[in-house]
Design a protein around this ligand. Structure first.
Ligand SMILES: [Zn+2]
Length: 399
């Protein structure tokens, strides 16, 4: 806590000081009628400056007893008071006796009246007691208490960095990692009011660059989402957009047929839409006719097929031969996040961390059951990949 000086160190000057000679002169005869007079009464009255305090008017007895007024000095100013007046009575006139300081908040507003340092009241260097009677000629010295300003607390908060994106294409490369800034905020510990706020460190934007041609030595990774479109596909799209990441969606024809608007949306966002069969059979166990039906019906719905991802990753020589005969390439994965099995973010990120190598194709799911953890994992996974220097792209750029 820091103490600040009070506005004044002596009582406020009352308007009824004895220096008002004209008023005092008019009351001179009353003063002259006093029977007993000690210092400084005589001198003061002879100069005609006896004034009754307006604030002490209630002390005045009926006419005739005025002559019993005594005189006291407070910080060198002389005041007339009735007999028997105590220090505590005098304190009712706030302007006369020193007041205690208060506690103040940062803006100067009072937190607690009188809770600052206390006033000092002395008679000849001896502390005044509240019930002490003010005898005629008493010399009082008072000093205001000091206001005490509340202490200030410094807190810091991060300022998030933005992302600057340049270029066009389906490969996004981290050119510069972002650095959060730092804001310092000063607040009153009692009031909680904010005194000041400074930007101590300016955040530095992350910079991502889109391109369409793979560079020599470029570390690529692709995110893929299977079994959609489903109820969580829009959330996956939103998360990818926020993370500035492209992806490949291996959709089921049976789902896509009823969600052509969503298929268009996925493509419009720059992602790749590919074939995951019509109804998710194990392709090693279906007839050649069924194989062609599963693939071609889906292909018709999504507008063509370059890649087929066999359900369950189940494949054999027959599957490969049939796909090749249709002019379609198979697309498996190199990292299985098992997001459908272990629905927690740390687990998903753990599989990505341990399994990702340059050229990685990472498997997740937008279709199926609850995909909230998959959605939550997207920014975390993307940021980790960017931090490792990976460029993200679609399957077509890797296979
Ligand atoms: Zn699947």
């Amino acid at each position: 806590m820091m103490a600040i000086p009070a506005m004044t160190t002596v009582p406020d000057e009352p308007p009824y000081r004895r220096s008002d000679r004209r008023r005092a002169a008019g009351r001179g005869r009353r003063g002259a009628a006093r029977k007993r007079r000690t210092w400084p009464g005589h001198l003061a009255l002879m100069t005609g400056v006896a004034v009754m305090l307006a604030g002490l008017a209630f002390f005045l007895a009926p006419t005739g007893q005025v002559s019993t007024l005594g005189l006291v000095q407070v910080n060198g100013l002389t005041y007339a008071v009735p007999p028997g007046v105590k220090v505590s009575d005098l304190a009712q006139i706030s302007s006369l006796l020193a007041r205690p300081g208060s506690t103040l908040d940062l803006t100067g507003d009072v937190i607690a009246v009188g809770a600052g340092t206390q006033a000092t009241r002395q008679i000849d260097s001896v502390a005044l007691s509240e019930d002490q009677t003010l005898a005629d000629g008493t010399l009082i010295f008072v000093r205001h208490g000091e206001h005490v300003l509340e202490s200030v607390r410094r807190v810091t908060t991060d300022i998030p960095f933005g992302t600057t994106v340049t270029g066009k294409g389906n490969i996004v490369t981290p050119v510069q990692t972002g650095t959060p800034g730092l804001r310092e905020i000063y607040k009153g510990t009692s009031s909680g009011k904010q005194a000041a706020s400074f930007v101590a460190t300016v955040p530095e934007d992350a910079v991502l660059q889109w391109s369409s041609k793979v560079q020599t030595g470029q570390k690529l990774a692709a995110l893929t989402f299977d079994d959609g479109p489903g109820t969580h596909t829009q959330e996956v799209l939103d998360a990818l957009a926020a993370a500035h990441a492209p992806a490949t969606f291996f959709v089921l024809g049976s789902s896509a047929a009823g969600s052509k608007g969503m298929i268009a949306k996925i493509k419009a966002a720059g992602h790749e839409v590919e074939n995951h069969t019509w109804s998710h059979p194990d392709l090693t166990k279906v007839s050649a006719a069924e194989f062609r039906s599963q693939v071609s019906r889906t292909s018709a719905v999504i507008g063509g097929t370059r890649f087929l991802r066999p359900p369950y990753g189940s494949s054999n020589a027959s599957v490969k031969a049939q796909a090749a005969a249709m002019g379609i390439r198979l697309a498996f994965w190199t990292v299985d996040t098992l997001d459908w099995q272990h629905q927690d973010l740390d687990s998903i990120l753990g599989y990505v961390k341990s399994g990702t190598r340059p050229g990685a194709i990472i498997l997740m799911h937008d279709g199926g059951q609850n995909r909230l953890q998959t959605v939550a994992a997207i920014p975390v996974v993307v940021n980790w990949l960017f931090a490792q220097g990976y460029s993200l792209t679609i399957v077509d750029q890797i296979l």
